[in-house]
Design a protein around this ligand. Structure first.
Ligand code: ADP
Ligand code: MG
Length: 272
């Protein structure tokens, strides 16, 4: 299967955030996107999943040639697109377990039913794999969960729903080193011919556990560089200044901030 994004432009509240994204993800591949804050990474994931807050003004997203942009969120989910959000929502009144069961049921043909026995067995296994508290599946979705528990819970849903394209938006934020290892290993264990992931992260640490095949750098609403794992190390060591310099991007916010700091210290050594 193939998810193809072409010349994607999207805006929110009249402000253009995505300025021409081209990206092809095939099952069997593990992609990572890195990029400075405010660059549009979460916007890209929201647009792929179909968040109605964002308006696509140009370009296309197709899944094996089918137009994804005309699908509802629910259809996208049933086609195998999955999003672990940067800030997962709390949903009172629905337990994790009920939610996942309903989602699995929605993917089945008419007349077919989720086998309760198999479901419970798989759920128990997934909870164990993720070293989660055994009572988490029976609690309301994310309610009162710690940041790390919420993130683990997203991975639990992914393991159970077995999507074809999983977008994981900063799944590593708020995780301690042990949880990071558990989450990283569980993501990597999803690798198969019918699975692809798009992992949005700031850090090399998570990607240490994942057999990343493609790395992309996103700056100002565009993918400005694609390559392999060597890009992860470079960003971890050097940040993004080098790529901005190569592209001739002037970082207004940073230069403004620097001017303020320099001004307040009354020591003007000039901009670096
Ligand atoms: P990232 O995930 O790369 O940090 P986001 O996709 O969350 O970036 O945000 C991209 C840009 O969109 C940011 O500059 C952010 O301020 C802007 N943005 C988000 N929501 C709105 C909004 N409602 N109105 C205007 N700008 C917004
Ligand atoms: Mg984000």
């Amino acid at each position: 299967m193939e998810l193809v994004i072409k010349n994607l432009h999207a805006q929110i509240d009249g402000k253009e955030i995505l300025k021409g994204i081209d990206l092809t993800i095939k099952t069997g591949e593990m992609h990572a996107i890195m990029g400075p804050n405010g660059t549009g990474k979460s916007t890209l994931s929201a647009v792929i999943m179909g968040n109605p807050k964002y308006i696509v003004t140009e370009g296309s997203i197709t899944l094996d040639g089918e137009d994804v942009l005309s699908m509802t969120v629910d259809e996208r989910s049933r086609k195998g697109i999955f999003l672990a959000m940067q800030y997962p929502n709390e949903i009172t009144g629905i337990t994790n377990s009920d939610f996942i069961k309903a989602a699995l049921q929605a993917r089945m043909k008419e007349g077919e039913h989720v086998s309760l026995f198999k479901f419970i067995k798989q759920m128990d296994q997934a909870v164990q794999d993720l070293k989660m508290n055994p009572d988490l599946p029976h609690r309301y979705i994310n309610e009162g969960f710690s940041g790390g528990e919420k993130k683990r819970n997203e991975i639990l849903q992914m393991k159970m729903l077995k999507p074809h394209f999983a977008i994981l938006d900063e799944i590593d934020s708020g995780l301690d080193v042990d949880a990071l290892k558990v989450v990283g290993e569980n993501i990597n264990a999803m690798r198969s011919d019918s699975f692809a992931s798009l992992i949005i992260t700031h850090y090399q640490r998570l990607l240490d556990y994942i057999n990343t095949t493609h790395v992309h750098i996103m700056v100002n609403g565009r993918i400005v560089r694609s390559g392999g794992k060597e890009l992860i190390t470079k960003i971890d060591n050097e940040g993004y200044d080098w790529i901005k310099a190569e592209l001739g991007i002037v970082d207004n916010e940073a230069s403004k901030k620097q001017a303020i700091i320099l001004g307040s210290c009354a020591v003007n050594k000039g901009a670096k």
